[in-house]
Design a binder for this molecule. Structure first.
Ligand SMILES: [Zn+2]
Length: 234
């Protein structure tokens, strides 16, 4: 299954999944994006046509979906990152922190029911997640790379919602910054998975055998565990 992310000028984020079992185009609005499943080799023209026809309605549907609201009780408690909110006397919303411990300060006037406030809070939280991800993930990748003698040319840490990680044919490994919110053994699984792609650019039995060896366990079990986490918790 191949996924693609499109940034549409009117509809916003669209995630397209090419699925061999799909017989027709299926569209679904979720709070974070419009999800479209299409048969493989669906031409872009056909996608454009359905978006022109149904895009506006999907956007309206999307606006009605309540996003999980962030309020003063919101917290993140994971192995690498902790975050909580704290009220101050200073106006505005500011994120501060280091070594994986962050505080999102909010002023007395903060209205958690306001859409703009929710957006600002989300941006602050994403900034903390990104900061921590960049501190930990490239370093861990380098460590595992050296340990297993598998090398990539470049590492990027990005905010994507379609993949936990990817490896390009030119040797760039990209990691989803939300990986930092997962337990260590799943972070390692994703990194090792991408490192295996530096020698096996496919998901052949040889690829899985190599990954099993590097993980020291049945890697498909780790993959199943990973599936229980959403790509983007925010
Ligand atoms: Zn893969």
């Amino acid at each position: 299954m191949e996924k693609r992310e499109i940034s549409h000028p009117l509809i916003g984020k669209i995630i397209v999944t090419y699925n061999e079992r799909a017989r027709k185009i299926i569209m679904r609005a979720r709070f974070d994006a419009i999800y479209i499943t299409v048969p493989p080799y669906t031409p872009d023209k056909e996608l454009e046509r359905v978006l022109a026809e149904y895009g506006e309605r999907l956007k309206r549907d999307q606006e009605k979906i309540p996003q999980e609201r962030i309020d003063c009780n919101f917290r993140i408690e994971t192995q690498h990152l902790r975050l909580h909110l704290e009220k101050t006397t200073v106006a505005g919303i500011v994120i501060k922190g280091k070594n994986g411990v962050y505080t999102l300060f909010y002023g007395p006037e903060t209205d958690f029911g306001c859409k703009d406030t929710q957006q600002t809070l989300r941006r602050g939280i994403t900034a903390a997640v990104q900061h921590r991800a960049k501190e930990i993930l490239p370093q861990r990748l380098q460590q595992l790379s050296g340990q297993h003698n598998l090398h990539c040319k470049r590492i990027t840490v990005r905010n994507t919602s379609t993949h936990w990680g990817s490896c390009s044919s030119s040797g760039t490994i990209s990691l989803n910054l939300h990986l930092i919110l997962l337990p260590q053994h799943l972070i390692d699984y994703v990194i090792l998975h991408e490192l295996c792609h530096t020698v096996e650019m496919n998901h052949s039995p040889r690829f899985w055998a190599l990954l099993d060896e590097l993980c020291g366990t049945d890697s498909k079990r780790l993959r199943a565990e990973l599936k229980s986490y959403k790509g983007n918790i925010l």
